[in-house]
Design a protein around this ligand. Structure first.
Ligand code: SF4
Length: 301
């Protein structure tokens, strides 16, 4: 791939079609960018919008969020899924207050040391808030790189090192932020997972996968399990129930789940407890953390 031409075509398209109006793209506040990135990890843009707005109204800074209780952030997260993300944000805020006096760092290595911030999120905050010249590799960007640069149908058909090298090669000397956002938008809006719209794609003439006749990948036949059968579904149901009912025991929680989950309820409860999302009181009833009147930690009278 001719990197110069690829970047030029991409940026021309982005100027006209990019999602420039997204609220988290109109700020350089690293905390706001981080909140958006954590919310967007497993959730669609349109669904995230109202949550992002509400969250920043309620906790406009790292300092405010650090004072919130785990139960409050888990409640505010209701409906977004993957509740652990809410807790990690709150723990991150506490760590940033302690280590940096409330100002988020903007270097990838420092961001990586904070609770719940993985390689993707660290690079997104460094690039989108701090304008650092680093590759950002969300699933949309990885799919574009896999197809256009490496000639494969999916990112999971590629070696991670090959994807990283492709991202590095494409990165411009100046303007990495706009470049990464443009790749992200191309993946989300044109180079869709199931039905890429190659006819309207600005890099169609350079795309290796398209030029090779769009060969199927090795992983094309793999199916993902039905959501209702996953542990994630069950764990989410349990936390949802505890948002409203204060203190339920294992059998009451099991009754809220489809049959095939019932034998696994003790395992789900233990894993949620380890993640800090729920806790058990002295009578064995489960609730959200930080609101138990009789938590296990309190001394027996
Ligand atoms: S030509 Fe098609 S497959 Fe290649 S990057 Fe564009 S949309 Fe994706």
């Amino acid at each position: 791939v001719d990197e110069g031409q690829f970047r030029a075509e991409l940026m021309r398209w982005y100027a006209r079609h990019g999602r420039h109006e997204l609220p988290w793209r109109r700020t350089r506040d690293p905390y706001a960018v981080l909140v958006s990135e954590v919310m967007l990890q497993q959730t669609q843009v349109e669904r995230v919008r109202p949550y992002y707005k509400r969250w920043l109204e309620r906790w406009p800074s790292v300092g405010e969020l650090a004072k919130a209780s785990p139960a409050e952030v888990i409640r505010e997260w209701a409906g977004l899924g993957y509740n652990r993300r809410a807790l990690y944000l709150q723990r991150m805020a506490v760590a940033v207050m302690e280590r940096y006096g409330g100002t988020l760092p903007l270097e990838v290595e420092e961001l990586r040391t904070l609770p719940g911030i993985g390689p993707y999120t660290a690079s997104a905050v460094a690039c989108f808030a701090g304008e650092r010249r680093v590759p950002v590799a969300d699933t949309n960007i990885q799919r574009v790189l896999a197809r256009a640069v490496l000639g494969r149908a999916r990112a999971r058909d590629c070696e991670p090192a090959a994807l990283r090298a492709a991202a590095e090669r494409l990165l411009p000397e100046e303007g990495a932020r706009a470049h990464n956002l443009a790749l992200m938008d191309l993946g989300a809006m044109v180079c869709a997972s199931r039905a890429p719209q190659c006819d309207g794609c600005p890099v169609a003439g350079l795309c290796r996968w398209r030029l090779a006749g769009q060969p199927e990948g090795e992983t094309s036949g793999q199916r993902t399990p039905k959501f209702e059968h996953t542990a994630r579904f069950a764990r989410g149901r349990i936390v949802d129930a505890l948002r409203t009912a204060d203190g339920l025991d294992a059998s009451e929680l099991a009754a809220l789940l489809p049959d095939h989950h019932r034998d696994h309820v003790p395992r789900y409860l233990r894993s949620l407890e380890v993640d800090g999302l729920i806790e058990q009181d002295a009578e064995g009833r489960w609730r959200l953390p930080g609101q138990g009147r009789m938590s296990m930690a309190s001394p027996k009278l």
